[in-house]
Design a protein. Structure first.
Length: 77
């Protein structure tokens, strides 16, 4: 299983709606509104790195109000 944090920037005033919509996406385990350079932080999981890419590109980035994402895969050192 591959886990990642997805940092999301949204249109002004859209953070709460984006977080709620992203929470409903299969593969998303958490979505929180935050302050700072990003508006929402998501924890996601998928079976493979390719599946993670598909989750982010096809499902998360398609949520209305998202302007940019940054995906940070979790590594175990």
């Amino acid at each position: 299983m591959v886990h990642a944090y997805v940092l999301i920037q949204t249109e002004v005033g859209k953070a709460a709606a984006v977080a709620a919509a992203v929470r409903a996406v299969p593969g998303v385990t958490e979505a929180e509104d935050v302050t700072g350079p990003y508006d929402v932080i998501v924890r996601a999981e998928a079976e493979t790195v390719d599946d993670l890419g598909k989750l982010v590109v096809a499902r998360i980035q398609s949520v209305e109000g998202i302007t940019r994402t940054l995906t940070c895969p979790v590594v175990h050192l």
